[in-house]
Write a protein that binds this ligand. Structure first.
Ligand code: SF4
Length: 204
């Protein structure tokens, strides 16, 4: 996180390949399809504010910012949902999708859960009530097109933890300090997939 915030170049060969960029684009296209499917089912989803501009937040002088996938403002009454509701959509390969269905997003994809908690916390100032209502997490199975919906209650503790971590990274980077590594071994799975592993462990 600190390397990324500091704008350090990723390790040689770890930039986004054409294939990964296509994966991102397919993800965006599937998200647009999910919006269409939900609208056909009677949901109202928005990503633009009434006075224009995308729903999002920017704090700490723009150093912490993000845009939400959508805000849900209405759904079929028989579902008993409450609004406004954060909508977060991800696409997953079959194996990961099945794990998410079995154990839930907070267990299988804690990064997504942290993202939702952070967005709910920071959006509360502009979208009142968004942290009072659970977020609707939607996962699209990229192999079968099955859909998984999960209501994720706001986790204030997780939002605070992520916010504190972001502040620590900003303060340390601006003071020219390198924070301790997040993991004790280079063999940790997070490090294996990290774009800065060589810089972090190899002294590049
Ligand atoms: S290699 Fe591991 S410890 Fe180093 S920045 Fe990446 S995830 Fe963090």
């Amino acid at each position: 996180m600190q390397y990324e915030y500091a704008g350090a170049p990723v390790d040689p060969g770890r930039g986004f390949s054409g294939r990964i960029l296509r994966v991102f684009e397919v993800g965006h296209a599937l998200e647009d399809l999910a919006v269409r499917w939900l609208r056909m089912a009677g949901f109202e989803l928005h990503n633009q504010k009434a006075n224009g501009g995308q729903f999002g937040f920017s704090v700490a002088g723009g150093r912490i910012k993000g845009h939400v996938d959508r805000i849900i403002t209405a759904a079929p009454p028989e579902l008993g949902l409450s609004f406004p509701m954060l909508w977060e959509c991800k696409t997953m390969a079959d194996k990961h999708w099945k794990a998410c269905v079995k154990s839930g997003v907070a267990v299988t994809k804690p990064v997504y859960a942290a993202q939702m908690a952070t967005y709910q916390a920071y959006m509360e100032g502009s979208v009142e009530g968004i942290s009072r209502n659970p977020a609707l997490f939607t996962a699209i199975n990229k192999d079968t097109q099955e859909l998984w919906f999960e209501l994720v209650p706001f986790d204030a503790g997780l939002a605070q933890k992520m916010s504190d971590r972001a502040v620590r990274v900003i303060q340390a980077t601006e003071a020219g300090e390198l924070l301790p590594r997040g993991f004790a071994e280079a063999s940790h799975f997070e490090c294996k997939f990290c774009s800065y592993a060589q810089r972090c462990w190899g002294g590049v």
